[in-house]
Design a protein around this ligand. Structure first.
Ligand SMILES: Cc1ncc(COP(=O)(O)O)c(C=O)c1O
Length: 367
């Protein structure tokens, strides 16, 4: 019997009735762009993250671009980011005409390495983007220490970490500003594309809001050339319903991670993910490392187990970034990881039985 990589249907059963009523209300009011649901979601999300402001946007990539622009990133500026992230992190930089400066990651958690950030810092650095990858919190405090008073803004990419926290606070509230994605498969997912920017900075929030609405705060008064990147009411209604369950669903993911830990701990040669001391991870992905990864992946797929690789090619070796002149060997930690990482099925409603089937199939695959 197969196990899907991600199954959102149980989430939708939980919220289905409530959602039907709420969606009917939106259609009856026919306020599809902006309006009370968007405002209410923004307030509720800001409260959950612990920031003063939240601005809903059309997707996480736009959110990052708008956040970077709002802190002053301009064409030709340098933005430091980890080399193992989804391409959107770098795209947001490139779309401004700024230059992504890739850095390597730590071997244990595959999160941006603060010492590598320190080495990459120049007078042209206009922002640093730690990515809270796989539901872990990136070392924002350590980055702040190494950049020590340089004033370079920290723009968090929180797309994979809604609800994650370190002792310093929630992902999304640790830097100068943060962008998150509500792509349907995220821990907090919309019914389509959506995203949000969170910050304590009133000016940053205002800039993002104005840029996202054709450069205007008041209708037909355009203070600058902007974009069209708004969160719509239908998505806000879905997100409000799911936000109420986010902490419970994240707790289910943590329990599932614990069960994988039990089921897989004796598997020779397989290394399991370990949360950093003191942090609350939200297990967006459960990423193990295995030798002969592609072979193992083939066996698991043949056995009906949904698996993924996040991500198979570090960005300096991706054709889209060939023009930056990256070579194999430039980022040894991320490159070694890219050959071994394997993401197992992980979602709040995964059952112990499904996880046992994954473990049995993995045991056969690595023999
Ligand atoms: C780390 C990371 N950054 C940025 C994004 C971009 O978000 P979106 O797909 O909403 O544009 C994603 C998700 O897709 C992501 O995983």
């Amino acid at each position: 019997m197969s196990v899907p990589f991600l199954d959102l249907t149980a989430q939708h059963v939980e919220i289905g009735r409530h959602l039907a009523t709420e969606l009917r209300r939106v259609f009856e009011a026919a306020t599809f762009i902006g309006g009370p649901d968007v405002q209410a979601f923004e307030a509720e999300y800001a409260e959950m993250v612990g920031t003063r402001h939240c601005v809903g946007v059309a997707n996480g990539t736009d959110g990052l671009e708008l956040a970077l622009r709002a802190v002053g990133v301009a064409p030709g500026g340098e933005v430091i980011l980890p080399v193992n992230t989804f391409i959107a992190t770098a795209e947001a930089v490139s779309r401004i005409g700024a230059v992504p400066i890739f850095v390597d990651v730590d071997p244990r958690h595959l999160l941006i390495d603060p010492q590598a950030v320190k080495r990459a810092l120049t007078y042209n650095t206009e922002a640093i983007v730690p990515v809270h990858l796989f539901g872990q919190v990136a070392p924002v405090e350590a980055i702040r220490e190494v950049i020590n008073g340089s004033g370079v803004p920290i723009v968090e990419d929180s797309a994979q970490a809604q609800g994650a926290a370190s002792p310093a606070g929630m992902a999304g509230a640790l830097g100068t500003v943060s962008s998150t994605s509500f792509y349907p498969g995220k821990n907090l997912g919309a019914a389509g594309d959506a995203g949000a920017v969170t910050t304590d900075g009133a000016d940053i929030a205002r800039t993002v809001r104005v840029l996202a609405a054709h450069g205007s705060e008041r209708k037909y008064v355009h203070e600058r050339v902007g974009f069209n990147s708004r969160l719509d009411a239908v998505q806000a209604v879905v997100l409000r319903a799911k936000l109420r369950r986010l902490h419970d669903w994240n707790a289910c993911r943590r329990a599932a991670a614990g069960i994988y830990g039990e089921l897989l701990r004796d598997l020779h040669g397989v290394s399991l993910p370990e949360p950093a001391e003191g942090n609350t991870d939200v297990w967006h992905l459960y990423v193990i490392r295995v030798p002969r990864r592609d072979e193992v992946l083939g066996h698991l797929s043949a056995a009906g187990i949904g698996v993924g690789v996040h991500y198979p090619t570090p960005l300096h070796l991706t054709p889209a970034y060939a023009s930056l002149g990256g070579h194999p060997g430039d980022f040894p930690v991320a490159e070694a990881a890219a050959a071994e990482i394997l993401s197992l099925p992980m979602f709040p409603h995964i059952t112990v039985d499904q996880q046992s089937r994954v473990a049995d199939a993995l045991r056969l695959a690595i023999r």
